[in-house]
Ligand binder design. Sequence first.
Ligand code: LLP
Length: 416
Amino acid sequence: MLRSEIAHIPVSQLAEEFGTPLFVYDAESIRKRYRELAQFDVVRYAQKACSNLAILRLLREEGAAVDSVSANELHRAIAAGFSFERDPKTNVEPCVYTADIFDRETLDLVVEKDIPVNCGSIDMIEQLGRRAPGREITVRINPGFGHGHSRKTNTGGDQSKHGIWLEQIEECKVVAARYKLEITGLHTHIGSGCDFEHLSQVCGTLGKIALEFGPGIRMLSTGGGLPIPYRPDETEIDIDRYFRLWDETRRSLEEAFRHKITLEIEPGRYLVAESGYLVSEIRAIKHQGDNLFYLVDAGFNNLARPILYGAYHPISVARKDDRKESAEEVEVTVGGPLCESGDIFTQEDGGFVAKRRLPKAEVGDYLIFEIAGAYGSVMGSNYNSKPLAAEVLIDAGKAKLIRRRQTFVQMIQNEI
Ligand code: LLP
């Protein structure tokens, strides 16, 4: 399709002012998605999806808590104004570390700063217990099944490295008790880009597991994984229905334990995916046999989802000028600048090159990869010594640079 603006600002203006490749985010889209989840007691943003400080700050101002999976994500949370201390008014931990291991740096940091930890392995419980006995922890459970938009994003079941295996709950309790760690919450995340069917199986299973842990449990986290429609034929998840399922589990536990249970949700993609656009410029148009290629200045160094998962992103064309051509469409393959044949945006799982019907375009026109706000910029790399792209946030009609394009000097500064 043809697109002339992003959040009411002409694409050509954005590209001229900030250069390409450029990630552009629409603040209002993030707020809208956040507010849709208001029924949950806590919306904990999985910042791995897009951890730019401006985005973190925006979500903090909306009232979100944050999940961090590394020492630097913890530092990011602090830099964006989150605290490591429980909010006395809401009793919510604004920032939690969730992982399956502690690297040494992160263990030191969580011990020193008393950061809440969600443990995905018994070794984490053991290592934290030895260093900081007597704390409260939550645990991430692998419920024995999982599902994701790709095999690579399925995080449950026995082929997944994530979470504490459901048959090791006794052992988990024993190790926690040895160090007087109090298990106060249960978390699970069975995969990203899951479907309703699989997501809804989780709450029943986690409810049963909570009964095995007993009344010490005061928090249930549904994890992330909420899908969003990438393809035109995909539909939205029914949030109300999803909430009701979890709410039922929560209520039955409240009855059994006779105290309140906080219900958390931990989305990444749902909050930011649709807000983000990767704007690139068409730099060459090639005919190779029967195939027509648009080659742009963004590659899998900017958006790795197609090469990693065969992920589909809608693609639109913005004209470099005001020429009013008909939107005649052609079948094209879209590739990037990298010196690797897999640098193709229109590919399917398994690396099969596919074609897309796109408006006829010229060199100098812009190609926009849409729904690129989640796992786009954050998965960027310096492959082929390409700089990390610039990022812009549009809010109240104004486009603000929220990350400068990386320079060559920054790229090589640690090389000796
Ligand atoms: N919580 C935990 C513990 C997670 O591991 C994840 C994602 C999330 C929450 C957020 O999941 P979401 O709501 O965004 O689906 N690079 C892949 C996605 C990997 C997700 C890893 N963990 C992609 O581009 O689809």
